[in-house]
Design a protein around this ligand. Structure first.
Ligand code: PMP
Length: 394
């Protein structure tokens, strides 16, 4: 039977990681996979995360099953972090999931149960796994224009025109902050215009919030999501704790369904728990408990926020340095977008040939669409990358 399987195309970014590992060159530079790295190339365990784990080790008395939808403390702590004062427990269904990816998957399953004829509008480009999951599920994908190849900013007029075609029962997938792969984001005024379109069309937003705290700050990065939540009666939010808590392998995420009334919340909550049970039964506990411990213990929370701010500030500095280096090498401001973008990524706008040239000649690995991981850079590699970008004629 298994011999009938068809080979699946490998994930391009994971394949690039393999290629990088196999490259024998000394000075090779990995700007591929979306994992935060410090100046020494390490992905550290955050101090507050380690402290929370130590407390858990001492306090935990059992490894028996916990909640099918996750723990109430985790739901509350995350919903408050994302929504602030807008969090209304009476109308918000919450589900602990296997990472942010699990939250996206369950959000799509939930939406499809509510509307079997569902279509999902996604930005072009978007995180490739969005489209790949939807294709696998057989959910039709409608792309909306997003990235302006000329300015490397958001082509907002085109985006507005395209998402206006969404109808009630459709889902519009939005990146809450730190757009992956482009780094180009909506302003708050633009979020308000998106909200107006959603109000008019009745389409349901699904906000993917995978980098809260990596862009302009923990509160600022939630501002778009909060604006939508304040105006649209039904909102789905899929959040990941992988990046902002640095707990990638613990697989920690949450799906929030903001509902118009308490009865709908009960219906959504029951269906969401059902979805967990049908998929993997109980969600991972450990990472969620780390997160709720950090967020509800004042000294751990303060330390976590300080460390997250340092990570964010470090990436911003790298952006500014890269932009300055490119300004001086090119004698122009055409790479100013690198400093304007936010989050871990920037799409440089290089052609596939230029990406290949940069890899072959300089040993610099970026994703094929010319997405670079800013956190993969340091003081030594910034000038090398800048020179490669200019020499490749980007
Ligand atoms: N959404 C986006 C845009 C992402 O970049 C990622 C991580 N690469 C995720 C969701 C999911 O993250 P995870 O499943 O690792 O929590």
């Amino acid at each position: 039977m298994l011999g009938n399987l068809k080979p699946q195309a490998p994930d391009k970014i994971l394949a690039l990681m393999g290629e990088f590992k196999a490259d024998p060159r000394q000075g090779k530079i990995d700007l591929g996979v979306g994992v935060y790295k410090d100046a020494d190339g390490r992905t550290p365990i955050m101090r507050a995360v380690r402290a929370a784990e130590q407390r858990m080790l001492e306090a935990e008395t059992t490894k028996s099953y916990a909640g099918l939808a996750g723990e109430p403390e985790f739901h509350k702590a995350m919903a408050e972090m994302i929504l602030g004062d807008l969090y209304k427990p009476g109308t918000t269904a919450a589900l602990a999931t296997v990472g942010g990816t699990g939250a996206i998957r369950q959000a799509l399953e939930l939406a499809r149960l509510a509307n079997p004829g569902l279509k999902v509008f996604v930005s072009n480009p978007t995180w490739p796994n969005h489209v790949s999951i939807m294709n696998f599920m057989g959910v039709p994908v409608v792309e909306y224009r997003y990235f302006d190849a000329e300015t490397r900013g958001v082509d907002f007029e085109a985006m507005k025109a395209d998402i206006s075609a969404a109808k009630q029962g459709d889902v519009v997938l939005l990146h809450g902050c730190c757009h992956n792969p482009t780094g180009a984001n909506l302003t708050l005024e633009q979020w308000a215009e998106v909200a107006a379109i959603l109000e008019k069309t009745g389409a349901t937003p699904l906000i993917d919030l995978a980098y809260q705290g990596f862009g302009d700050g923990l509160e600022q990065d939630a501002a778009g999501t909060r604006l939508i939540a304040s105006r649209i009666p039904e909102v789905l939010i899929a959040a990941s704790c992988s990046k902002n808590f640095g707990i990638y392998r613990e697989r920690t995420g949450i799906l929030l369904a903001l509902c118009a009334d308490a009865a709908t919340k009960e219906l959504a909550q029951g269906t969401m728990a059902f979805l967990n049970r049908q998929t993997y039964s109980f969600p991972p506990f450990h990472g969620a408990r780390i997160v709720s411990t950090v967020l509800t213990t004042p000294e751990l929370r303060a330390d976590w926020m300080a460390e997250l701010e340092a990570v964010r500030g470090g990436m911003l500095k790298l952006r500014e340095q890269l932009a300055a280096e490119l300004r001086s090498l090119s004698g122009s401001d055409r790479f100013g977008f690198v400093a304007e973008h936010r989050g871990m990524f920037s799409r440089l706008g290089a052609t596939p040939e230029q990406v290949k040239q940069v890899k072959e000649e300089f040993g610099i690995y970026m994703v094929g669409d010319s997405r670079i991981n800013i956190a993969g850079l340091n003081q030594t590699t910034i000038p090398i990358l800048a020179r490669a970008i200019i020499e490749a004629g980007v």
